[in-house]
Each structure stands twice: as structure tokens, then as C-alpha cells.
Write a protein that binds this ligand. Sequence first.
Ligand code: NAD
Length: 453
Amino acid sequence: MKIQEIIDRQKAFFKTQQTKNIKFRKMYLEKLRDIIVKNEGLLYEAIYKDFGKSKFDAFTTEISFVLNDINYYLKNLNALAKPRSVRTNLANQLGKSKIYPEPLGNVLVIGAWNYPYQLSLSPVIAALAAGNCCVLKPSEISENTMKAMSKLINENFPPEYLYAYEGGIDEATELLKLKFDKIFFTGSTKVGKIVYQAAAENLTPVVLELGGKSPAIVTKDADLEVAAKRIVWGKFLNAGQTCVAPDYLLVEESIHEQFLEMLRKYITEFKYGPDSEHYTRIINQRNFQRLIRLINKEKVYFGGNSDEKKLFIEPTLLNNVSWEDDVMQEEIFGPILPVISFTNFNLVLTTVMELEKPLAAYLFTRNSEEKEAFTMKLSFGGGCINDVIMHLGNDRLPFGGVGNSGIGNYHGGYGFEAFSHQKSILEKATWGEPNIKYPPYSEKKLSWIRKLL
Ligand code: NAD
């Protein structure tokens, strides 16, 4: 079936009003949950083939995430979809004011490869929960997961409701020429701009979940052991191919050497070897080559080795890095961690504030003034104090970027909102209205109006 035909069918299906029924939405969310659970093994196999991601990582960062999302909406959908009454102002008496969350219609989700299930299915789940019809284009870079996910969707969902369209840039370009009621894109800032331009042609609203260079700052007041352990885990999870991974470290000079040693200790302890089953591979040759070029051998403090055949890059710490180095000019998106030292906390915050707003930022300290300055001065999508990445694990927190790192957000209730329109309705009584708003006007009417408004 041609994609235009699918979209025409989705538009026609949306008009039947069936997706407005909460039971209908729940039935398909349950179905999605069932097919994921039934085919978990197949999904793990595909992701392992794509980039050696272990079952443990695939469960904790992908499948459990998606299942939690489904369960969240099954539990909260009635409340989220319910019209909300709000107070009616004096000028609108006698009236009742309500907000009706309504589905937008036919939406497009474009996924990224690095968490291929979560980043494709989480927005899809939010879109369906909010009552939309949806086309998903997963990333072609993780080909096996794209095929596994698309097969499961297309064999179990009517295409007029949810359809997975396999393909790469050509297919994405083709989709972007069509009219949707929302486009939800996850990927690079560069492609995000292409998506935004295409959406503008049809005045289509967008959510853009993009990337950036997310800093982690470690001050002398931090619990250094905890900081080192959590940073090593978060940076080398998925071999650094995580949009919210700490991209680079800013470490206070007085603890710099001690902290580097702790990082080395945890990298060794976590056993990220070339034959390790729990250390993910680089997604492809192109990214492998790009990353290798970012490793300046003279600045390697730990690691630096690689094996192109296995697409393995050792967790690598770069020391004495300067802001001008190549590794500081682009988002790394791999297992390379540059470390820059600083002497003045406020000055280093000011330096970061001069850069593009990152998707995430992290601070390790026990000092409340530093926490306050970090939270209030620095603009970034979201982040943690004394941890990394874990803010994504709380579905009560919105997830999204700001500035160059994105537009809009999702997760939990925010995902529902991202795919809904808040329709306002004021219902007026047909009696009890003073005549003062109607002409002919007079000074007396104006003085009454002044009092009322
Ligand atoms: P990408 O931008 O290359 O690709 C993302 C999607 O866009 C894919 O489905 C791809 O097929 C499509 N695409 C690629 N080129 C296109 C074009 N010219 N026109 C239309 N569509 C096109 O990104 P990626 O390599 O898959 O992911 C890496 C980037 O994504 C990193 O910058 C990372 O930080 C970011 N990211 C952000 C989040 C987030 O939630 N904010 C999550 C994961 C990744």
C-alpha cells in the first residue's frame, strides 16, 4: 500500500470518531503491551544484532520504559482525557467554563536509532493514548529493530489507526511533504531543522527532541565516589550513545587528579571489555570512524583502544582538554569523556551559559549555593543534582530540550498534552444577562463596564 493511501485511510478513520472512545484507546494500548511482552525475545535479538545491546540494558532502558508508559496511560487515561471545569469570570456570568482535551488527528512520529524501541514507541503510545491515528517511521540505522518493530505493529494494528513505515531519508522526506496534525521528531539538531522547515509549509506543530553537549560539573564539595560511579555508568551506558549522557566533565581543579583515578577505577570495575556482553557496540562504521577521529592520543588518560571489526571503542577518558579541541566542538555520542578542570564555579557556569542550551546538565555537589546557582542560572532541557540520566525515569517530570536541544516535551501527562489540543468552551445561560454590553452605549453603561472588567 502506498503511504499516501495509508494516510488517506487514517484521516478517514479519525473522522469516524472511534479513537475518541477511551475504551478503544485502552484496548489497543493493552494489545500493544501484549505483543511486546509476547515478542520480548525477538525484540532483544534484533537490538543485539543492531549494536550488541544486552538483554539487561534492552530491558531496563527500552522495554520496561515502554511497558511503564503503557501502564501509566491505562491507569491515568480517564483522568487525563476528562474535561476540566475552570472558574468563570464575572463578565461571563451566568456561564460555565470547561477545557476539553481533544486529539489532534493524524500524527507522524520519526524515531532515532540509539534507543530504537523507546524513542519510537513512547511517542506512539502517547499519541494513541491521546486519541490520534499515527504513522511511525523508525530509524533505518538500527535496521533489525526497525524491521522487528514494524512487523509487530503492522501485523497487529489496522493501518488506518497505526502504521509503521520502514525507510530512511527518502521515506522521511516523502512523509514530510504530506500534511499531518503533529510531527514528533527525535534525532539530531541538523535534521530537526529540516523537519521544522517542512512542518512550517503546512503550519504543522512539532515536538523536536534533539541533542547537544550536556555537561556534568563536579565540585570539591561532591561525594566523589558516588559522582564517579554514577557518571561512569551514565556515560558508558549504551556506549555513550545516549542523548542525555554527560558529554563532557568539568571538574574542580583541587580534586581533578583524585577524581580521574576514581573514574578509572569504576570503568575497570564495570568490566567494559571488547568481549563484554553488557557493553554496547558503536552503531556503524561511519560513527566508529567519526569517534576515532575525536580521540586525541596525546590526551588519553585511560582507554583509547578500539577494534573496528567488532565496532568496539573502549571507554576513554581525555585529560587536559581545552574548549578549542575537536572533541568539544560537536556532540560526542560515543564512549569518549573529555575532562576539563576549573578553579571558579561561577566562572565555569558563565562559560557553559555562553554555549548552546544543552538537552541535559548535571551537578555533583553537597553545597547548596552551588545547587541554587546551577538550577537558577543555567538553561537546559532537564537534569539531575548528584546523578545523571535518571530524571528520565520519573514520568511526572517533562522530558524535552530548550533552544537548540529541542522544542516541546513528553513523558506521562506531558506526552498526552503534546498530542492533544486543549479546547475551551464557555457555555452561557440564556437568561440573567444585564443589557450593558449591547448598543446603544452610554456613559452610565461605560462606568458599569469599568467596574465589571
Ligand atoms: P538523525 O537526525 O540522523 O535521524 C533521526 C531520524 O531522522 C531518522 O529516523 C532518520 O531516518 C531521519 N532523517 C535523517 N536524515 C533526514 C533528512 N535529511 N530528512 C528527513 N529525515 C531524516 O539522528 P540519529 O543519528 O538517529 O540520532 C542521533 C541524534 O539524536 C543525536 O544528536 C542525539 O542527541 C539525538 N537524540 C535525541 C534524543 C532526545 O530524546 N532528545 C534521543 C535520542 C537521540
